[in-house]
Design a protein around this ligand. Structure first.
Ligand code: TXA
Ligand code: MG
Length: 318
């Protein structure tokens, strides 16, 4: 496809002149621009159709660069950074005054992470500035986990998608802020709460907008396919209840061979939650293109990445 390319040098040129490039990360593809170029940051919001109140995540290549972006790092933030970076953890910390207000939507804090993808790490090391990168999907749509998803969304408005293959984690980073120096989960993500707690002890979870106006992006409706989607506690019962619909089933490990199912999409036949998370958005993209009238998604176990998957399914179903 036309705009997909693996030419890192060209990505550097485009970003340096203030245009946008979609970049691979281990979570999802990001829509990247120079944080210090106001036009580039504006283009990110315009291209996504993203409301201006929703701040962007800054991507850096190394822990040394963190001091250029934030003004204060609580002890537990250092522990988390050392444990999980490069990786799927975003820390929300007080920003340096040099970080433009447009990037943080006027907030005094900035979200920052070191992504764990070899191509993007090389890109970030070679750039002379950090990039801001929200997920490379139009506002409210499903996040992209393959270069083709981004090209389908933005073929007409984007110069380049840097090809890094399929995203290994497949769901967005876990976002952690600090209240009185204690970590609070603002968004469930690719690192499980259990793994976070193994490093810093018990953490509070405030990933709903009502619980936390500090995380303006946690809108109830999000990550949505066009097709109507419901979450099911019992798939056989819902297949009966909705027997007039053209149904796609999104399940954890089982398939439903009944005559009532048009498409079965099983996220992990072996019952592995990491694998299920990695396949979630691709499955939603696929189901959404099959002319179904209803997606029946199985409720996942509330543990490990099952919590993250349920969070995304609930937002998709809202
Ligand atoms: O995995 C990811 O985090 C991906 C890849 C591309 O890095 N990025 C991503 O960005 O998911 P985005 O923009 O789709 O989601 C960023 C979330 C939003 O909900 C936003 O509100 C929150 O991070 N956020 C960013 N800065 C924040 C801040 N200073 N305070 C609170 N929330 C913040
Ligand atoms: Mg997003």
């Amino acid at each position: 496809m036309g705009i997909i390319s693996n030419d890192i040098s060209r990505a550097i040129e485009i970003l340096t002149k203030g245009e946008l490039v979609a970049i691979p990360t281990e979570t999802v593809y990001g829509l990247a621009g120079n944080i210090f170029n106001e036009d580039a940051v504006r283009k990110i919001f315009e291209t996504k159709g993203r409301p201006a109140f929703n701040p962007l995540i800054v991507h850096i290549p190394s822990i040394e660069e963190l001091n250029k972006v934030v003004s204060y790092i609580p002890e537990k933030a250092k522990q988390l950074a050392n444990a999980f970076w490069p990786g799927s953890l975003t820390l929300v910390l007080p920003k340096k005054s040099s970080i433009p207000d447009l990037v943080t939507a006027g907030k005094s804090t900035v979200g920052v992470r070191i992504p764990n993808h070899p191509i993007t790490l090389e890109l970030l090391r070679r750039l002379e500035f950090p990039v801001a990168a929200p997920s490379a999907n139009p506002f409210n749509r499903i996040s992209p986990t393959r270069p083709g998803h981004v090209a389908d969304y933005f073929e007409d408005s984007l110069e380049m998608v840097l090809d890094g293959g399929v995203c290994q984690k497949g769901v967005e980073s876990t976002i952690i802020g600090f209240e009185n120096d204690n970590p609070v989960v603002y968004r469930l993500g690719a690192i499980s709460v259990e793994d976070i707690q193994s490093v810093v002890g018990t953490v509070e979870i405030k990933n709903k907008k009502e619980q936390n106006p500090e995380a303006p992006g946690m809108l109830l409706k999000h990550y949505s396919p066009r097709t109507k989607i419901i979450i099911s506690e019992s798939i056989p019962a819902d297949l009966k209840a909705y027997d007039r619909e053209k149904i796609g089933v999104l399940s954890f490990s089982k398939t439903y061979n009944e005559a009532l199912v048009k498409v079965n999409s099983t996220l992990s036949p072996s019952g592995n939650l990491e694998e299920a998370a990695a396949n979630l958005y691709q499955a939603l993209h696929d189901l959404d293109s099959q002319n179904l009238t209803l997606i029946v998604a199985e409720k996942f176990p509330e543990e490990g990445l099952g919590k993250t998957i349920n969070d995304r399914l609930q937002r998709a179903a809202s």
